[in-house]
Design a protein around this ligand. Structure first.
Ligand code: ADP
Ligand code: MG
Length: 393
């Protein structure tokens, strides 16, 4: 069986509660429609609903397919021409980044590196920058993020959509070609050992969101919401100055499990419910791989959502904290959040929600998911109390 269509429905909520429920019901009924259709419906209702409230600010949006996913950018501005130009430029930027990092496009930097036979390759500054970041995050996460995992991902068919379960010996052999510590980035000169292959799939969309957001700001846009295949990049606040309200998609396939109010933040989710296949053995295999074993992650976490100012950091952490599992993810947050502030929402397969203290007040559990129990994650273990429960992951 092949994988599901990626239906990353992170809803943009600028609707009153009643409309919201209507939209959610509607989405449940429309599960088999494409993401583009669903987002289009949300966007149209959203825009009609909010325009009379916001004086002269109007919503302008662009939806397109790039980086193997659907994206919808919405900007709010009182100048139609400026808004459209800004959208156009942001979209062009995404196209340009995709051309740099595509694994299949023969003109891309990543293609050149993956076919370099161990020879140094001069790459564009942006590629070198993101690669250095990915390698740094790989070090920081002790290899949970692994930018050289591509041969293993291909063996599982996650790069071709023709899924299969590789033999244990094959995985073992391929893991010999995996190791971020063997990627050398010296300025714009990158060297990859012969046989190794890179992909920036785990950080590229986060970075793309950062870039698109920055372009909009440079063009004078103060309020915009970018949906990058389920990753959200919020530029500023809503036109009336209030927070955006985002729906967080349930990893259990039941619409959203909660809403989150944020401004000026990126919100990125990783989970194995997005892209997976059911093997001949009846087991579900997800597209995020534990680099240590070469097998899809199966550690009790259902999804990891990271909230921070920097989209690429969110993207890197959502993937790597998902690989780490609950205890290590919490430990990582405790040791890193001061120097690199971020918030997180971890959902476990047994329907528990762990959220960092800062965003507790910004999160609302959906009525239909009242059975899910929320546990706060605080900076010290002893303080992590919720009723009778003492949090010691
Ligand atoms: P998505 O891009 O599907 O929204 P992620 O940001 O979590 O989700 O990235 C997952 C992608 O990264 C996979 O599709 C795969 O290309 C790659 N990948 C899978 N496991 C890892 C890993 N441990 N480290 C780095 N990249 C990974
Ligand atoms: Mg990621």
């Amino acid at each position: 069986m092949s994988g599901t269509v990626k239906e990353a429905v992170s809803l943009m909520e600028v609707l009153p509660e009643s409309d919201q429920n209507f939209v959610l019901e509607f989405i449940k009924k429309l599960r088999f429609f494409s993401l583009a259709v669903i987002l289009w419906i949300i966007m149209s209702i959203t825009m009609t609903a909010c325009s009379p409230m916001q004086g002269r600010e109007e919503a302008y949006s662009a939806s397109f397919f790039a980086m193997d996913t659907y994206m919808t950018f919405t900007v709010y501005d009182d100048d139609a021409k400026a808004a459209r130009e800004a959208l156009q430029q942001a979209q062009e930027e995404i196209g340009a980044l995709e051309a740099l990092w595509s694994v299949t496009d023969e003109d891309s930097d990543i293609y050149a590196l993956n076919h370099s036979g161990g020879q140094p390759v001069t790459v564009r500054d942006e590629t070198a920058g993101l690669l250095s970041f990915a390698v740094k995050m790989a070090q920081e996460t002790d290899g949970a993020l692994e930018p050289t995992l591509y041969p293993v991902l291909t063996a599982w068919g996650f790069t071709t959509e023709v899924n299969r379960i590789p033999a244990a010996e094959e995985i073992e052999r391929l893991l010999e070609c995996v190791g971020y510590d063997r990627v050398k980035v010296e300025g714009s000169l990158v060297t990859l050992e012969d046989g190794m292959m890179l992909d920036l799939g785990s950080v590229g969309k986060g970075y793309a969101g950062d870039r698109a957001g920055r372009i909009l700001i440079e063009k004078g846009i103060n309020s915009a919401l970018l949906d990058i295949g389920g990753n959200i990049q919020a530029v500023g606040a809503r036109p009336d100055g209030s927070d955006w309200r985002l729906g967080l998609r349930s990893p259990f396939g039941e619409g959203i499990f909660g809403t989150l109010q944020i401004s000026d933040r990126a919100v990125v989710t990783s989970g194995n419910y997005e892209r997976y296949f059911i093997g001949e053995d009846g087991v579900r295999y997800g597209h995020i791989i534990d680099p240590e074993t070469g097998y899809p992650v199966n550690n009790g976490l259902a999804s990891v959502t990271i909230i921070a100012g920097d989209g690429k950091l969110c993207d890197a952490l959502s993937t790597s904290l998902f690989v780490m599992g609950l205890s290590d993810a919490v430990a990582y947050w405790r040791t890193h959040q001061e120097e690199q502030p971020f918030d997180m929402i971890l959902v476990t397969e047994d329907r528990k929600i762990y959220l960092t203290e800062e965003i507790k007040g910004k999160f609302n559990l959906q009525k239909e998911c009242k059975d899910m129990v929320i546990y706060p994650v605080t900076s010290s273990v002893a303080e992590g109390k919720n009723g009778n429960y003492k949090f010691r992951p």
